[in-house]
Design a protein around this ligand. Structure first.
Ligand SMILES: [Zn+2]
Length: 402
C-alpha cells in the first residue's frame, strides 16, 4: 500500500470500535485497529477519536485475522459426481480408484482443460473463499502427473494470486499414472518434474499411503525437494499407518496432514520438530473415517491446524468456517483451538510469519463479520454456527479487497 502523505502523518486506516477480535490466540473486546503500510500498527482500547486518513466504523463487528486455508487442491477441471453417487450406493473409494475412476477422472479432465479454463475455475473458487474471509490459500498441483502439466498447474495457481496470498505446493507424487512404470515415475518426480516445477513452487508434498507412494519412495521425493530448497509437508497416516509422519517431521516438515492413523512415534517426532498437525474433517467425513488422536497431539504440544482439503473427490468442501465447526464436532477441538487452527497455526503450517495474527507488527490481513442475528459479537459464535459466514469487509495487506 502506498502512502501519499508524509512519513510523519497519522496511520492510514483505522477500524474503529471493533466489538471483539481474535488475535490468533485469544479474544479481546472493544478495540481500535490501526493499519499503515500493509501492517498492523496498534490495537488499542477504543478511544472514540478520529484522525486517521481513513476511519472505518466497525461497531458491532467481529474482527478475525484473514483466514488461512493451508491445504487445498483448488486447480482442477471436471466433475466427480459419478464417484459420489457410487460411493453413496456402497462402493469403496479404493474399488472406484482401481476401476480407473477417482483421481484419474480428474487428471484426465484437468489435462484436457486450457489454461484459460483452469484459471477461471481456480479464480472462481478463490473468490468464494475470499467472500468468507480467507485471505491466504495453499494450492497443490497433482492433477496432471506429467512434467509440463504439473508445472502448468503451479504456474496457474500463482497467476491466480491477488488479492489473496497463494502458496503453491508441488504434488507430482499425488498418484502413479496407471500407464506409467512406478519406479520410472518416481525417478521423474524427483528429477525433471521437480526441476520444471521449481520456479512455481514454494513447497513439496507427497501422498504416502496404501495405493499411493511407499515410505521409501516418499522419503526420496521429500529429500529431493528439500535439497533444492522447498519446504516439505506430507499427506500422512490417512488410510494406513506408514511411518511417514515421523519421517517427514525428522526431515523438518512444516506440517503433516490427515493423521487418522498417526501413532505415538509420529506424535513424538512431530512435537520434537515443531511440525503442525493439519486436520481435515471434510475428508474424514466424506471417507466415513474416524478422528485423528487429538488428545495425544494436544498433550504432546503439537500445534493443531484445520483446513478444507478442498478437492472434487474426497473433500468437495470449500468453506473453511464449516471445517472449523466440524473439527469441533467430529474431532473434539475447542472453539478457541478451531479459531487458532484456521489462523495462526495454519500460517505456521505454511511457514508464514506475521500472517494469521492480529497484533502490532503483523501483516494487515483482516476480515470483519456481523454476528448471526440476535447473537453476541464473539468470534467463537462463528464456530458455533456452522459455516456460510460472509465477511462484511476484507483487507489484505491493509488494502480493502472485499
Ligand atoms: Zn489433500
Amino acid at each position: 500500500m502506498t502512502d501519499p502523505g508524509s512519513a510523519t502523518q497519522k496511520p492510514h486506516t483505522c477500524l474503529r470500535n471493533v466489538a471483539s477480535l481474535w488475535t490468533g490466540t485469544e479474544v479481546v473486546r472493544g478495540v481500535d485497529v490501526m493499519m499503515a503500510e500493509g501492517h498492523i500498527v496498534t490495537i488499542e482500547r477504543s478511544s472514540g477519536g478520529g484522525g486517521s486518513a481513513i476511519d472505518i466504523d466497525a461497531t458491532g463487528l467481529i474482527a478475525m485475522p484473514g483466514l488461512v486455508d493451508c491445504h487445498t487442491h483448488t486447480v482442477w477441471a471436471g466433475t466427480r459426481l459419478g464417484d459420489f453417487v457410487r460411493r453413496q450406493s456402497g462402493e469403496s473409494y479404493a474399488a472406484i480408484l482401481e476401476g480407473g475412476g477417482g483421481i484419474h477422472t480428474t487428471v484426465h479432465a484437468t489435462r484436457g482443460a486450457s489454461d484459460e479454463v483452469l484459471r477461471a475455475l481456480c479464480r472462481a473458487r478463490l473468490d468464494t473463499m475470499l467472500a468468507s474471509g480467507v485471505t491466504t490459500v495453499e494450492i497443490k498441483s497433482g492433477y496432471a502427473l506429467t512434467i509440463e502439466g504439473e508445472a502448468r498447474l503451479l504456474r496457474i495457481a500463482r497467476e491466480c494470486a491477488g488479492p489473496q496470498r497463494v502458496v503453491t505446493t508441488f504434488l507430482g507424487a499425488h498418484a502413479i499414472p496407471p500407464d506409467r512404470d512406478r519406479a520410472a515415475y518416481v525417478d521423474e518426480v524427483c528429477g525433471p518434474m521437480l526441476a520444471a516445477c521449481l520456479a512455481y513452487a514454494d513447497g513439496i508434498d507427497v501422498y504416502c499411503d496404501r495405493g499411493a507412494f511407499t515410505l521409501a519412495e516418499a522419503e526420496r521425493i521429500l529429500r529431493a525437494g528439500k535439497a533444492v530448497g522447498l519446504s516439505i509437508r506430507a499427506h500422512a497416516e490417512q488410510v494406513d499407518g506408514t511411518g511417514i509422519a515421523a519421517l517427514a517431521a525428522t526431515l523438518g516438515a512444516l506440517s503433516c496432514d490427515h493423521l487418522e492413523r498417526l501413532d505415538d512415534a509420529g506424535i513424538a517426532a512431530m512435537a520434537r520438530a515443531g511440525t503442525v498437525a493439519v486436520l481435515l474433517p471434510g475428508a474424514m467425513l466424506y471417507l466415513h473415517d474416524s478422528a485423528p488422536p487429538i488428545a495425544k497431539l494436544r498433550a504432546a504440544g503439537v500445534a493443531l491446524s484445520v483446513a478444507t482439503d478442498f478437492n472434487p473427490g474426497s473433500s468437495p468442501v470449500r468453506d473453511l468456517w464449516t471445517c472449523a465447526t466440524l473439527a469441533c464436532l467430529t474431532m473434539g477441538l475447542s472453539p478457541e483451538e478451531a479459531l487458532g487452527g484456521i489462523t495462526v497455526n495454519a500460517a505456521r503450517a505454511l511457514g508464514l510469519a506475521g500472517v494469521g495474527e492480529l497484533r502490532a507488527g503483523a501483516v494487515a490481513d483482516v476480515a470483519l463479520y456481523k454476528p448471526p442475528p440476535g447473537e453476541i459479537a464473539d468470534p467463537r459464535v462463528l464456530v458455533q454456527y456452522m459455516g456460510g459466514h460472509r465477511a462484511e469487509m476484507v483487507f489484505v495487506g491493509g488494502a480493502r479487497v472485499g
